[in-house]
Design a protein around this ligand. Structure first.
Ligand SMILES: [Zn+2]
Length: 155
């Protein structure tokens, strides 16, 4: 069963949205900040079962791609592409999947989800793989490498 109308309204309410609350922080419970633009925050997810796994979060609280004006839509995807290029440079995965879901966290974000040589391409994507949590030091080093690659990556 899908959420009740009241549950969905509460989830989609920007005033109580968890991503609005902590997407901009250097570090939060789920991720570390890699870079910010006028449109998005790019974050390295703490669960690195898929090394390089990042999330690109829209700054504004919108629940769906359909809600974005054309300029914002282009800027969002530009940041997603740039994040993917940074991940490719630093991590060198075999492929990067780009996942826009949000049925549990209806604040527009795209998961930049690398697939590596040891991953089975026949298996369905599971963003909860692992978890594998690198040490805080390792995570910060990876975030710094991604930030350097982000700064070097052009759109
Ligand atoms: Zn939000």
């Amino acid at each position: 069963m899908w959420w009740s109308d009241a549950e969905w309204a509460a989830l989609a309410d920007g005033r109580t949205c968890g991503m609005c609350a902590d997407a901009h922080l250097n570090e939060n419970q789920d991720s570390l900040l890699v870079a910010s633009t006028a449109t998005t925050h790019v974050r390295l997810v703490r669960n690195q079962a898929h090394p390089g796994y990042c999330v690109v979060i829209l700054r504004d609280h919108e629940t769906d791609l359909a809600d974005l004006a054309p300029g914002d839509l282009a800027a969002f995807w530009g940041d997603v592409q740039r994040a993917g290029r940074a991940v490719a440079t630093v991590i060198e995965p075999r492929k990067i999947d780009y996942l826009v879901m949000g049925h549990r966290m209806p604040h527009l974000h795209c998961r930049v989800f690398p697939q590596h040589a040891e991953d089975d391409p026949h298996r369905n994507v599971d963003i909860s793989d692992g978890p594998e949590y690198p040490s805080p030091t390792e995570l910060r080093e990876r975030a710094l490498l991604l930030r350097k690659a982000w700064l070097a990556a052009s759109q």
